[in-house]
Design a protein around this ligand. Structure first.
Ligand code: MG
Length: 373
């Protein structure tokens, strides 16, 4: 482990766990958090959940599991360079998508619509629910009993209404305070990872083309550099080298700009971080370029008619499942029927959110087709 900056989160300034436990042997508190996350059932299910492409569309596309690993890798590099707590960043990034529904954003929007009259569905809050209550593996507590700072990082956003119910953890949303730098950088690592792997997956799927991407400043700049240096490289390798170059540029720019922000704000302690403006950020130029890339992906990939069709099917599947269970609670597995008695529709949301893409498809078939399946 690198030596920590004075404003980094450490075992010494950590607010600890809700349920006191003895210090771990041979690993830090945040390494223990990371290990608990990796051993959780929700983490294993990430393998069969998707971001943009439905899980069975192809074996080469990212899943939420490989996405989370890429985010962790990018996050750790940034943390190491800024003297921040690499173990904490690893724990946050590996856990950041645990609450995601099947079928990526489409599934999440659909479940949010279904839950509108029952308190809504927020995927960040659901990730926190997974680590706070839904995992059932330890003898003396529900959830994973993670450190405060790991939970703080997982709860990226939450509505004011829900923040009020979260006690200490919700305070920063009500008082307009910032989370740790480790939590701040985890969001950027997420963004760097998904923009770039969506470029890669988008090209591989044929939904976007190289000619279209050459209109995007940051892509064309790196593409040209690769072409100039390796004029005879195959197209696939040019794309990989280009994406690699973009990730490098973004990571280095983020490190430099953030270091400068931390310095000029005179940040010395973790308390300073909480009261300052957000400190982790890109430079203005790179921020603009990132925006342009995001806009491109939105218009050409996420709005592509084949993606829209996939999303519609996903939405339909989630809605039908939710309606079926709402109308006939006895169709839920026994455990969730019991839960429904205590927690109402949240039990249905928990059941559906926990499904993998293929489990949701199977469940749909089991409920709505009479043929053998
Ligand atoms: Mg993510």
């Amino acid at each position: 482990m690198n030596s920590l900056a004075t404003y980094a989160v450490s075992t010494n300034n950590s607010r600890g766990r809700v349920i006191q436990e003895s210090a771990p042997d041979g690993r830090s508190e945040f390494q223990r958090d990371r290990d608990r996350i990796i051993h959780s059932a929700a983490f294993r299910r990430l393998e069969y959940k998707t971001q943009v492409f439905v899980n069975h569309e192809g074996d080469l596309f990212r899943t939420r599991l490989t996405h989370s690993l890429e985010v962790a890798q990018i996050g750790r590099s940034i943390a190491r360079n800024l003297g921040l707590n690499e173990d904490l960043v690893e724990a946050i990034t590996l856990a950041h998508d645990l609450g995601h529904t099947p079928f990526g954003h489409a599934g999440q929007d659909a479940l949010n619509d279904c839950m509108r009259e029952h308190g809504g569905f927020e995927h960040n809050l659901q990730s926190l629910r997974v680590v706070d209550v839904l995992e059932e593996r330890y003898a003396t507590f529900d959830g994973l009993n993670l450190c405060y700072e790991t939970r703080e990082g997982i709860l990226k956003h939450v509505s004011k209404k829900n923040a009020q119910k979260l006690g200490e953890l919700g305070e920063r949303f009500l008082q307009d305070k910032r989370p740790s730098l480790e939590a701040q950088l985890a969001n950027f690592a997420d963004e760097i990872a998904y923009n770039n792997h969506d470029v890669d997956d988008g090209l591989r799927s044929g939904l976007i083309t190289l000619d279209q991407l050459k209109e995007v400043t940051i892509f064309s700049r790196h593409f040209k550099q690769v072409k100039d240096r390796y004029p005879h490289l195959t197209e696939r390798r040019v794309v990989y080298e280009t994406v690699r170059g973009i990730i490098n540029t973004l990571v280095n720019d983020l490190i430099q700009q953030s270091r400068q922000n931390i310095q000029s704000a005179g940040i010395v302690s973790l308390a300073d971080v909480h009261s300052a403006s957000p400190l982790i950020d890109f430079s203005q130029i790179v921020k603009r370029e990132q925006q342009e890339l995001k806009k491109f992906l939105f218009n050409h990939l996420y709005r592509h008619y084949l993606v829209v069709r996939m999303n519609k099917r996903a939405q339909h599947t989630i809605e039908k499942l939710f309606d079926a269970f709402s109308n006939e609670i006895r169709m839920l597995p026994i455990k969730y029927q019991e839960k429904f008695k205590r927690e109402g529709h949240q039990a249905i949301a928990d059941y559906i959110a926990g499904m993998t893409d293929r489990y949701a498809i199977k469940e749909y078939q089991r409920l709505f087709t009479i043929a053998e399946n």
